[in-house]
Design a protein around this ligand. Structure first.
Ligand SMILES: [Zn+2]
Length: 259
């Protein structure tokens, strides 16, 4: 089991297909408050008071991380380890880090686009890790193809509405590789419904795609609107700031930076 300490209190480890977090053994229970979560003291007038311990909120952060479904291969992904090889990557790093630390309810999302292996998924995961592990904000990662197949399976058992709610209610959702799979009419309709519901609920969505959302571009296969339809494309433009990522394929350097 590979372990690294994500924070003073939390360590990360491999389990199954998703990265997991738990309290660091030396912090369980917290040595500062003996697990109480607060420190009792007397104020100047002699009244008993309590102040929150530094460990407060740790369990919430661990819970958020464990529900984020971050693929195991991104266990160690961190903004600090992202090495921008091009100006666009440097700008993308700054933009994504700002997004993660300044995120509030209703924040505009991000639409990452660029060639294969330029770090789109990596940066979006780094943002999720800040949101969950550092800030205790619920967030989730899902590949676009998996999202569609999951919703389809549920739809076939007549629970589509209810099942979609799980994805509507999450404050920050990363949909990875948008347009990477063929969209049927059904797929387009379901995706449109989910995105519209999230938009109306002021939830934030991050997308990554290999398809250029701006214009025809010789470096990228197709314009995004051709892949997801004009209506959805226009909604994405309203919901997200675009983040361009071009440069060398990071997969040549490290398997983990793939995406
Ligand atoms: Zn404590």
């Amino acid at each position: 089991m590979q372990e690294i300490r994500a924070t003073e209190y939390i360590e990360l480890y491999h389990q199954g297909e998703f990265a997991q977090a738990k309290r660091h053994i030396s912090q369980n229970p917290c040595p500062l408050c003996k697990g109480l979560g607060f420190h009792a003291f007397r104020d100047a007038k002699g009244y008993e008071k309590a102040s929150a311990c530094r460990c407060e909120g740790i369990d919430q952060k661990i819970k958020c991380f464990n529900q984020a479904h971050i693929p195991v291969r991104y266990l160690n992904a961190r903004f600090e380890d992202f090495r921008p090889m091009a100006l666009s990557a440097q700008e993308a790093l700054i933009k994504t880090e700002n997004f993660a630390w300044s995120f509030t309810m209703g924040s505009k999302g991000l639409l990452f686009f660029g060639g294969y292996g330029t770090g789109k998924t990596y940066l979006s995961i780094c943002a999720l890790k800040v949101l969950t592990l550092q800030r205790g904000i619920p967030a989730k990662f899902i590949e676009f193809a998996h999202l569609l197949s999951e919703l389809k399976a549920q739809f076939q058992t007549d629970q589509s509405e209810q099942h979609m709610d799980k994805y509507v209610q999450i404050p920050c959702l990363v949909i990875d590789e948008l347009g990477g799979t063929h969209l049927s009419d059904w797929g387009t309709r379901v995706l449109d419904e989910l995105i519209t519901k999230r938009y109306n609920a002021s939830q934030t969505t991050i997308f990554t795609t290999n398809f250029d959302p701006r214009s025809k571009n010789k470096h990228l296969p197709n314009h995004l609107s051709e892949k997801i339809g004009a209506r959805l494309y226009s909604r994405l433009q309203q919901m997200c700031d675009t983040v361009a990522l071009f440069g060398p394929d990071y997969r040549n350097q490290s398997e983990e930076l793939k995406g």
